[in-house]
Design a protein around this ligand. Sequence first.
Ligand code: SAM
Length: 286
Amino acid sequence: MVEEVLEWLDLNPEGLYVDATVGTGGHAAAILARLTTGRLIGLDKDPMALSIAQERLREFQPRLQLVRSSYAHLPDVLEQLGASPVDGLLADLGVSTLQLDAPERGFSFQAAGPLDMRMDPDSPVTADDWVNRAREQDLAELLARCGDERHAKKIARAIVRSRPLRDTLHLAQVVTGTRKPKGRQKLHPATRTFLALRIAVNREQEELEQFLLRVPVALKSGGRVVILSYHSLEDRLVKHTFREQAAAGTLRVLTRKVVRPRPEEVAANPRARSARLRAAEKQGME
Ligand SMILES: C[S@@+](CC[C@H](N)C(=O)[O-])C[C@H]1O[C@@H](n2cnc3c(N)ncnc32)[C@H](O)[C@@H]1O
């Protein structure tokens, strides 16, 4: 949703922007191409993504700074760079195609890979810790809460009984085995289990919450924040936090209704189908 992101950010070509999830630099390139004397700071917790972004954004180098960090630490990063407050913030949440398509990262149930799922390869908890070591009850609670999985208890029981699980394909098989075969289904039976594990391994809810709470402090008066979410748990958190910040008088919500991708974009990029965009503006005096 590059066009929509640019539209809602309402870029000032001389402004200072943060792409909090720079990934391989797609949105960052579009922003940088529209800046004249402006600058972009790009954050990501995945060093592999950052090295690809570095290469891809080479032509913009003097106006770009890439930092390996979680967006949960945004205020510290900005303080260290002497770059606060900023004119705009973008967060394109979740996992990247780069991560999903690399079996060795363990995000996909389509190919065998280690039970890893860490976006930051130095973070302490892996999917293996959850799958092979967590208590059945905790696993069931996680699948229900983060994956919205109706069959959470059944799946958690099957996982615990099948231990040790070797890899992502083994996990996908165990989850699929808990369902009666039903012909072609819209969603792979392991989708929600993999989503829940990814959310837990990367502490996605906690880090998003910390980031959202710090948005008003990081923005200049009139500065904008644009968030792209891909599942309801994320979108709900964005919606509620924006609402609370609007009630507190720190942000003004710009998207009265959530913005969805255009049908042409979904046709060209099926992974965009679940994208939801929300934008807000910093209120008050600087
Ligand atoms: C959907 S991709 C972003 C793609 C990017 N907008 C582009 O155009 O290439 C999400 C990225 O956010 C990163 N990420 C996820 N959680 C993060 C966090 N808490 N802090 C920083 N980066 C994070 C992931 O490593 C991934 O590279």
